[in-house]
Ligand binder design. Structure first.
Ligand code: CUV
Ligand code: SF4
Length: 664
């Protein structure tokens, strides 16, 4: 049930239960949140801005273009299509830049770790060797340390690469896809270079052809998905451990009454991991005791939360839209952030309480926040300094409210390796059973539901979409704040199999897996690329990602990163559905994204407004792929016999125990 905000007449409807509970409490009375601001703005967004036809790329403007009206071109003569394409491409570049800068930090951290500096270790040596092979690094008879250092150096070189050869990891794609990238001349060459070229080509007076602009947008996005994001995911796994299934909890109920609550917000897991290590140190625990607390409770917010959730089972308290709400409980001693998706309003919300917002990265400061620079060379000491600041606040905590009954069990940790083991069994890890179940129709198809949440539509949008997909036997992969929102809705645990259609339920129950597989943070969408490619390689479902009965959506997209992700999915042959695109003011360009680009890339963007409309469109697209593969015949329902159970079972899920938050 939707509620109106307590004491605020005209606020937006809120459907999230824990948000409702917190905002209706007295402690949150004076807090202003985005819900209030959405309402207060009271006017709809600028039509030029939302249609993509406002250009500020030179000082003859700004120009507001009206498509098809001769007198309403840009001063330079730019059409709506040119302007909207440039704007869209710049969104892709900004999103790719964010992932890239994050990834660079991870590579730097990895190199330090490889050289033996800092508190972290090379944890996954199997993955180290397999990634080394991708970079043509000799592993036979060599020390782990040497392999890791060489891998780190080669990975770092991908960012600044200047020759015209493809990035190393692109060779993990299907041969057909690689041939297509080559033919279109969109093989990414250097990760930073593709962002720079995108910015150059969208500068005033350079590229005016929307299709040509989009070729570079694809190349730039691919350098993110198959380049920086994938590097970040892989090297982070090698350093901090490749995720395996584990139980954890999400939602605001993960805050603890008697402990120092510290929210870790942002993206780069180097900070979060160091905080996790420091929070286990005796001197920190003693300090907490001295300040009257029973312990230190680290919880995550946004994607850095997903990183430590996946690898350590540390709870995610809140996704993007709840970052103000978690502070409004009055129970948080500090929110520690690094980069991306921190709303500047959190400093204001925190000022109502004893809470500190602690920024830790020179790239991301905030008025009203305390800045404690996180020094990677002294990671543990830095982390302790940050924790100390938070712990000292505990004594100052006033009235607070934790919605204790909003705490949802999740089973997370589905790396593409896990999926391999889980379905294939311990002795013959493979995607074969997944493919077979798709071919025989027990699993109708696969849907990736990724990206952010925002304040424009209901908080339950992801849930509505996914319930419809599950009912129709579509297996769901989730990442980012979408995954957090699905976790809150109780869909990311094995018990949620009961919401599935009969045949998907059988599969989930036989394996003991949730019907929504949490694959991690937004850089971890690269795991989905690998999983999809593995499915193709396994055979029986066509010879490229385009052929798979699979589709992606980022329904409540908010950040520019989501558009970069959408574009690398499309350029990899996977269709995506968004709720809206900032391109509607440019007829030809919009049509190109929604249709024409298909002819080049074998996939296109889709737009659907309502959650159920999105789900149904996804199912329709999945069915069309099944038709094309000739596997859409109604099969008689086969009951599971022992062989099938053996085939499906035996994976690591049988061992899921409570690995528990290791820092509380
Ligand atoms: Ni990176 S990008 S809101 S999904 S973290 Fe959540 Fe996560 Fe931001 Fe979007
Ligand atoms: Fe206007 Fe052209 Fe300058 Fe854009 S580049 S602001 S359309 S004159």
């Amino acid at each position: 049930m939707a509620i109106k905000r307590n004491g605020c007449e005209g606020c937006a409807d809120i459907t999230c239960v824990s948000t409702q509970q917190v905002l209706s409490q007295d402690v949150a009375r004076n807090v202003k949140t985005a819900y209030d601001r959405v309402k207060a703005r009271g006017m709809s967004a600028c039509l030029f801005g939302s249609g993509g036809t406002c250009c500020r790329n030179c000082n003859m403007g700004p120009c507001q273009i009206i498509d098809g009206v001769d007198d309403m071109l840009g001063i330079c003569g730019a059409t709506a299509d040119t302007v909207a394409a440039r704007n869209f491409a710049r969104v892709v570049a900004a999103g790719a830049a964010a992932h890239t800068d994050h990834a660079r930090e991870m590579v730097r951290g990895f190199l330090d770790t490889a050289k033996g500096h800092g508190p972290h270790q090379i944890k996954d040596t199997v993955k180290l060797k397999s990634l080394a092979a991708v970079f043509d690094i000799e592993t036979e008879g060599r020390e782990i340390k040497d392999i890791a250092v060489e891998l780190g150096e080669k990975a770092m070189a991908e960012f600044g690469k200047q020759d015209n050869t493809p990035l190393s990891m692109l060779k993990r794609a299907t041969p057909k896809r690689q041939a297509l990238w080559k033919k279109l001349n969109i093989f990414p060459r250097g990760i930073d270079r593709e962002v720079v070229e995108m910015m150059h080509r969208t500068h005033m007076g350079v590229d005016h052809d929307h299709e040509n602009i989009m070729l570079q947008a694809s190349r730039c996005a691919l350098s993110d998905g198959w380049g920086s994001s994938m590097l970040s995911t892989e090297l982070t796994d090698i350093m901090f451990g490749t995720p395996v299934p584990r139980r954890a909890i999400v939602d605001l109920g993960s805050l603890k009454e008697d402990q120092v609550n510290i929210c870790v917000h942002g993206h780069e897991p180097l900070l979060a991991e160091s905080l996790c290590l420091a929070a286990q140190e005796q001197d920190m625990l003693d300090l907490a005791k001295k300040n009257g607390a029973a312990g230190i409770n680290l919880v995550g917010v946004c994607c850095t939360g997903n990183e430590i959730l996946m690898r350590r089972g540390i709870p995610v308290a809140a996704g993007f839209i709840q970052q103000e709400i978690v502070l409004s409980t009055g129970a948080v001693e500090a929110m520690v952030g690094d980069v991306q998706c921190l709303m500047p309003s959190i400093a204001n919300v925190a000022s109502n309480f004893h809470t500190d917002i602690i920024t830790t990265n020179y790239r991301a400061k905030m008025p009203g926040a305390v800045h404690i620079q996180f020094e990677e060379e002294q990671a543990l000491e830095s982390a302790k300094q940050i924790l100390t600041q938070a712990i000292k606040n505990f004594k100052k905590r006033g009235k607070f409210f934790i919605p204790k009954d909003t705490k949802m069990d999740v089973v997370v940790g589905f790396s593409h390796e896990t999926i391999n083991n889980m379905l294939g069994g311990r002795f013959r890890a493979s995607y074969r059973p997944l493919n077979d179940n798709i071919i025989n129709g027990r699993i109708r198809g696969v849907a990736a539901i990724v990206g952010c949440d925002n304040f424009q539509l209901g908080d339950n949008t992801h849930e509505i979409i996914v319930r419809e997909l599950l009912k129709n036997n579509v297996l769901v992969l989730a990442t980012g704040c979408a995954a957090t929102s699905l976790g809150r809705a109780g869909l990311v645990n094995p018990e949620a199999a009961r919401f599935c259609g009969d045949s998907l339920r059988e599969v989930c129950e036989a394996v003991g897996m949730p019907p929504v597989l949490h694959m991690g943070s937004c850089v971890d969408n690269s795991r989905i690329l690998i999983a999809a490619t593995e499915m193709v390689r396994q055979g029986g479902l066509g010879d490229d990602i385009t052929d798979l009965p699979a589709i992606g959506t980022a329904p409540l997209w908010m950040s520019e990163k989501a558009v970069a992700i959408g574009q690398y999915f499309v350029a990899s042959g996977a269709q995506v559905v968004f709720q809206d695109l900032p391109t509607t003011g440019a007829k030809n360009f919009n049509k190109y994204l929604l249709e024409g680009i298909m002819g080049q890339l074998g996939a296109h963007w889709n737009v659907a407004k309502e959650p159920l409309e999105i789900a149904r469109l996804m199912i329709e697209k999945i069915d069309a792929k099944r038709d094309a593969l000739g596997i859409n015949k109604k099969k008689e329902r086969v009951l599971f016999d022992m062989d099938m159970r053996r085939d499906l079972g035996g994976g690591p899920l049988k061992d899921v125990g409570c690995h528990g938050p290791s820092a509380s």
